[in-house]
Design a protein around this ligand. Structure first.
Ligand SMILES: [Fe+2]
Length: 195
């Protein structure tokens, strides 16, 4: 559990008081080495699969195309490389309850989403998953044109906790905002998060 000084300033009543970050949410963002090359290759594979009518699902997608969850069978070498990086990151980011490295035999499920203008994935969770990950294959020009939207919005996961949030007030603790952080996609970028 992370702690920080309250910053008592001129108020002696707060001397020695500590903030406790009791439920911080770990998330991880990285631009992969060779990410743009892998993204370009995966873009080709995914669009070909979509064009061939490969088993789309109606799931979290609002419009768009959601492949079946069998992408490890057809994603090819570029997907293998991306999943290899994801495994390495997950290994690095996972420890036992004493904070020591731990070997996990990850079980992976993988699919593709294709969202064009006006399409998105709605708020959802991935029950039973320890880490979830997104690898952006094509940012659609969002970095140069932010008005296009398309951000990944992380909603507050703390059960009934978000009901206590207020549009005009938040805790004066470092790292404790009450809003929903946004991550703007970039081709070749990976995001890992608990969900
Ligand atoms: Fe999802």
């Amino acid at each position: 559990m992370a702690e920080a000084d309250v910053g008592a300033g001129s108020d002696p009543a707060l001397a020695g008081a500590r903030f406790l970050a009791m439920h911080p949410t770990p998330a991880f963002v990285a631009r992969l080495a060779e990410g743009e090359r892998l993204a370009a290759e995966l873009r080709r594979v995914i669009l070909a699969r979509e064009a061939a009518g490969g088993g789309g699902l109606a799931n979290s997608n609002v419009g768009g195309w959601h492949s079946a969850r069998d992408m490890t069978r057809w994603g090819g070498p570029a997907l293998d490389a991306v999943l290899g990086r994801a495994r390495a990151f997950a290994d690095r980011l996972t420890v036992d309850r004493q904070g020591r490295p731990v070997a996990v035999d990850w079980r992976v499920e993988c699919w593709a989403n294709v969202n064009r203008s006006g399409q998105a994935n709605k708020l959802h969770t991935h029950p039973g998953c320890f880490w979830s990950g997104t690898f952006y294959v094509d940012d659609g020009g969002v970095p140069e044109a932010p008005d296009l939207g398309g951000e990944f919005e992380f909603f507050d996961p703390r059960g009934v906790g978000p009901l206590l949030s207020d549009a005009e007030a938040a805790a004066a603790a470092p790292g404790a905002p009450m809003d929903s952080p946004l991550v703007r996609p970039r081709s070749g970028m990976m995001v890992l998060f608990p969900s």
